[in-house]
Design a protein around this ligand. Sequence first.
Ligand SMILES: [Zn+2]
Length: 85
Amino acid sequence: MANPRSEAWRPSDCHNCPVPDILLANSNPNLVLEASIEKGFLGFNRRVVVKAFCSKHLIDVAKPHVGCPECAKEKPGLPDLFDNL
Ligand SMILES: [Zn+2]
Protein backbone atom coordinates (compact mmCIF):
# COMPACT_ATOMS: atom_id res chain seq x y z
CA MET A 1 0.00 0.00 0.00
CA ALA A 2 1.25 3.46 -0.79
CA ASN A 3 1.55 5.64 2.24
CA PRO A 4 3.36 8.99 1.88
CA ARG A 5 4.14 9.18 5.59
CA SER A 6 5.79 5.80 5.60
CA GLU A 7 9.40 4.90 5.12
CA ALA A 8 10.14 3.51 1.67
CA TRP A 9 9.20 -0.10 1.22
CA ARG A 10 11.80 -2.78 0.92
CA PRO A 11 11.09 -6.33 -0.27
CA SER A 12 12.17 -7.63 3.13
CA ASP A 13 9.34 -5.71 4.77
CA CYS A 14 6.83 -8.10 3.26
CA HIS A 15 8.20 -10.91 5.40
CA ASN A 16 7.00 -9.28 8.60
CA CYS A 17 4.00 -7.49 7.18
CA PRO A 18 0.94 -8.32 9.31
CA VAL A 19 -1.62 -7.39 6.66
CA PRO A 20 -2.16 -10.88 5.15
CA ASP A 21 -2.70 -12.30 8.62
CA ILE A 22 -5.25 -9.63 9.39
CA LEU A 23 -7.09 -10.27 6.14
CA LEU A 24 -7.16 -13.96 6.93
CA ALA A 25 -8.38 -13.33 10.45
CA ASN A 26 -11.40 -11.31 9.46
CA SER A 27 -13.38 -10.88 6.30
CA ASN A 28 -14.92 -7.52 7.05
CA PRO A 29 -15.17 -5.58 3.77
CA ASN A 30 -15.54 -2.31 5.69
CA LEU A 31 -12.16 -2.62 7.33
CA VAL A 32 -9.63 -0.22 5.85
CA LEU A 33 -6.02 -1.04 6.61
CA GLU A 34 -3.27 1.56 6.54
CA ALA A 35 0.20 0.15 6.74
CA SER A 36 3.34 2.15 7.35
CA ILE A 37 6.95 1.42 8.11
CA GLU A 38 8.31 2.67 11.39
CA LYS A 39 11.98 2.86 12.09
CA GLY A 40 13.30 2.18 15.52
CA PHE A 41 16.37 3.58 17.20
CA LEU A 42 19.16 4.36 14.68
CA GLY A 43 17.15 2.74 11.94
CA PHE A 44 17.13 -0.69 13.52
CA ASN A 45 14.00 -2.63 14.29
CA ARG A 46 12.10 -1.62 11.20
CA ARG A 47 8.60 -2.86 11.51
CA VAL A 48 5.32 -2.66 9.69
CA VAL A 49 2.63 -0.91 11.67
CA VAL A 50 -0.95 -1.37 10.60
CA LYS A 51 -3.80 0.88 11.57
CA ALA A 52 -7.35 -0.25 10.92
CA PHE A 53 -10.39 1.89 10.36
CA CYS A 54 -14.03 0.95 9.75
CA SER A 55 -15.36 2.73 6.67
CA LYS A 56 -18.92 1.94 7.72
CA HIS A 57 -18.89 3.19 11.29
CA LEU A 58 -16.07 5.70 10.81
CA ILE A 59 -14.20 4.57 13.89
CA ASP A 60 -10.67 3.44 14.50
CA VAL A 61 -10.35 -0.26 15.10
CA ALA A 62 -7.93 -0.91 17.93
CA LYS A 63 -7.47 -4.60 17.15
CA PRO A 64 -7.25 -5.21 13.39
CA HIS A 65 -7.20 -8.98 13.89
CA VAL A 66 -10.51 -8.83 15.71
CA GLY A 67 -12.15 -6.26 13.45
CA CYS A 68 -14.66 -3.50 14.06
CA PRO A 69 -16.64 -4.11 17.27
CA GLU A 70 -19.70 -2.38 15.83
CA CYS A 71 -19.69 -4.59 12.73
CA ALA A 72 -19.33 -7.62 14.99
CA LYS A 73 -22.51 -6.61 16.81
CA GLU A 74 -24.44 -6.45 13.54
CA LYS A 75 -23.33 -9.88 12.40
CA PRO A 76 -25.22 -12.80 13.81
CA GLY A 77 -22.81 -14.76 15.94
CA LEU A 78 -22.76 -18.51 16.21
CA PRO A 79 -24.94 -18.55 19.37
CA ASP A 80 -27.61 -16.56 17.51
CA LEU A 81 -27.56 -18.99 14.61
CA PHE A 82 -28.04 -21.94 16.92
CA ASP A 83 -30.93 -20.19 18.65
CA ASN A 84 -32.76 -20.00 15.34
CA LEU A 85 -32.40 -23.65 14.49
ZN1 LIG B 1 -17.82 -1.22 11.58
